[in-house]
Ligand binder design. Structure first.
Ligand code: GDP
Ligand code: MG
Ligand code: ZN
Length: 314
């Protein structure tokens, strides 16, 4: 009998799948032609048709988390069908990096997934090190919701922002969310805090040795009662060299207007380009400062992209 299921974990040729109707977790193999060619033919998040413990069909994806491996001329898909991209950052150690946050925002645009921003380790917040209000305003300008949390203090209440851990939980409810962030920012800790021990162990997880329930290998969906969470220890690179030069500005909708106003058609909007629109703005205003901090990220990424010839990306 054929059933609809979702892939929660993928090994080379074995997939842990959750049957949609019953919620039962089973291990399935896949028809050979579904595994041929690209190694990303079945990824976590995929909805599949299973017949007799064999995946016989992969349904079309609503979106894909991917990057292009330029040298091999192929697309590497990590996960599919996700609703939210939870960008996790730390306000202490590792130090908060705007540039990295902006890189994840670019991916959110590219992948067609809504981003959320989590400021973690707020129990260690020091206003001499980071102006959280500035970073918050920066995200707010882009319409991105920000959450102030501590993954180690269960009763932490937000002091600077409006939204805390309870709000985050309610946003994640009945959604599939992928967590991205530098190593050490607290993704795994946050996932266990959010899930409150409600994690359903996969049927075959029990038998695997030497693994705690939160030590994620390559990406897998952590199945909580009402949330599907994907930790992403495998996404290590923040590089954007696989993007197309001409696409970049479309991932910065807040800069597009200024870029159009800039009278130099080939302007790099770098500081040395005299007369560039962005440098005619009053540098003393908060608004300009926020915009320029985004322009800074844009310019760095543009430079990085230009180092890879575009003919390699076709
Ligand atoms: N003080 C503090 N430490 C945290 C917090 N969240 C995580 N940590 C610690 O930061 C380290 C890295 O956390 P982990 O969840 O493994 O980060 P990951 O690499 O992003 O998965 C661990 O030692 C955690 O205990 C937090 O909110 N506050
Ligand atoms: Mg981790
Ligand atoms: Zn310019």
């Amino acid at each position: 009998m054929k059933v609809l299921a979702r892939v929660f974990k993928s090994a080379k040729r074995e997939f842990d799948c959750k049957i949609e109707e019953t919620g039962q977790m089973i291990v399935a193999t896949a028809l050979g032609n579904l595994l041929k060619g690209d190694e990303n033919t079945i990824v976590v998040g995929d909805y599949v048709v299973i017949d007799n413990n064999t995946i016989v069909e992969v349904l079309p994806r609503t979106n894909e988390m991917y990057r292009l491996i330029i040298r091999e001329q192929k697309k590497k898909v990590t996960a599919s069908n996700c609703d939210l991209l939870v960008i996790v950052s730390s306000v202490s150690k590792p130090e908060y990096k705007r540039g990295i946050v902006d890189r994840f925002l670019v991916r959110a645009h590219q992948w067609g997934i809504r981003p959320l921003m989590v400021f973690n380790k707020m129990d260690e917040y020091d206003s001499n090190i980071l102006d959280i209000q500035f970073e918050f305003d920066r995200m707010n300008n882009l319409g991105i919701e920000c959450f102030e949390v501590s993954a180690v203090e269960n009763n932490y209440k937000p002091r600077f922002l409006k939204l805390g851990i309870e709000d985050l939980k309610s946003r994640l409810h009945q959604k599939t969310s992928i967590f991205l962030g530098q190593s050490g920012v607290g993704k795994s800790k946050l996932i266990s805090q959010v899930s409150e021990g409600k994690i359903n162990l996969l049927s075959n997880e029990v038998g695997r040795v030497g693994k705690g329930k939160h030590t994620t290998t390559w990406s897998e969906i952590v199945d909580c009662e009402s949330m599907s969470l994907i930790d992403s220890p495998g996404i290590r690179s923040f590089g954007v060299e696989d993007l197309l030069q001409e696409d970049l500005i479309t991932y910065f909708p807040d800069l597009e207007e200024g870029a159009v106003k800039c009278k130099f058609s080939n302007c790099d909007h770098l500081e040395d380009s005299k007369g560039c629109y962005f440098y005619t703005l009053d540098p003393g205003t908060r608004e300009t400062q926020l915009l320029m901090s985004r322009l800074d990220s844009f310019c760095r990424m543009k430079e990085e992209i230009s180092e890879t010839p575009s003919y390699l990306k076709k």
